[in-house]
Design a protein around this ligand. Sequence first.
Ligand SMILES: Nc1ncnc2c1ncn2[C@@H]1O[C@H](COP(=O)(O)OP(=O)(O)OP(=O)(O)O)[C@@H](O)[C@H]1O
Ligand SMILES: [Mg+2]
Length: 370
Amino acid sequence: MTKENILDALKSVTYPGFTKDIVSFGFVKDININGNSIDLLIDITSSADEVKAQIRDEATKELKKLGFNTINLEIKAPKPPKQMSNSVSGKNIAPHVKSFVMISSGKGGVGKSTTSVNLAVAMAMQGKKVGLLDADIYGPNIPRMMGVADQKPEIQGNKVLPLKAYGVEIMSMGSLMEEGQSLIWRGSMIMKAIEQFLRDILWSELDVLVIDMPPGTGDAQLTLAQSVPVTAGITVTTPQEVSLDDSRRSLDMFKKLHIPTAGIIENMSGFICPECSAESDIFGMGTTEPVAKEYDTNVIARIPIEPAIRVGGDSGMPIVYHKPDSETAKRYQKAGSELIAFIDKVIEEGGADNQAIQPTTPPGVSACSM
Ligand SMILES: Nc1ncnc2c1ncn2[C@@H]1O[C@H](COP(=O)(O)OP(=O)(O)OP(=O)(O)O)[C@@H](O)[C@H]1O
Ligand SMILES: [Mg+2]
């Protein structure tokens, strides 16, 4: 019995889904014959278990026909694409929400809430069912920025109905607390609050839930990643070097938590003159690009400093909705559509299985060291 005999026999094993066989594809690697026993390595390109099983069955059958009684068949296959690895625990406590986007930053005041609001409204304007969760329990700004600061949510049984504005469902600790009330949050309380936001709010069947995080990389971020499979992470930064150093921490966090990074938003990038519309550099535009490269991601928008953005935020009139023809609104719209495309891609690749708790695939990560 020679290796050629073996290869000839294995030529009748077609690669599932193709007309070509596993030998012609060059998948048969090592063959070691030892009397009636054979060791064989087949290295395939599909990660699907059915493909592996079919090849195993058929190859074993052929080898038995040749008279081997001990068959050690190793089938090497690539790891399944990111299956549930974007969630630390593999849990999903809000299974009716198709995707979750975490808006984060290394430091405060760079424009996370502004970005969250305008991206959420942009995606709603593009026909998506969008929710906006203000997970910044220390300084909830979303109600003001969405113009619902004076509204209180309706309670239904032991659940809470989200507020709604600009086609977006909204929930915030700011809407649940009395005005002027402040709480000192302990770690366990933060975990509970985030979990309740996901479990006890009556979100519709959302396409995407945009989550505005508190600054930094702490309990809130970790709890979120442990509660739902986060589909995409966006880091907001300003172009100064000091801010970029902080945003590296945020990008590192996405990596550690296995959150697919959708990109960076460079906020307060240049200044568009309200008089002549010329764009001038203030903090150093474009400095974010190398950081994005470092983390194998992209800058999905550069949003200028513009008084209308702040005014829109303060008055609950997001620029993307109220000044749709402005350059800034167009950039938010483009970032929104890129985000939608990114989410679709991640879901297609199996990166976020939001249907239910995955019963078979154990999570890739057991604990986070942050
Ligand atoms: N591109 C911009 N042009 C002008 N003003 C902006 C811009 N982006 C944000 N702002 C303003 O800067 C302030 C801080 O923005 P925002 O609240 O979105 O930041 P944040 O990162 O969410 O802050 P925090 O860390 O406190 O939650 C707000 O008053 C907002 O209106
Ligand atoms: Mg904020």
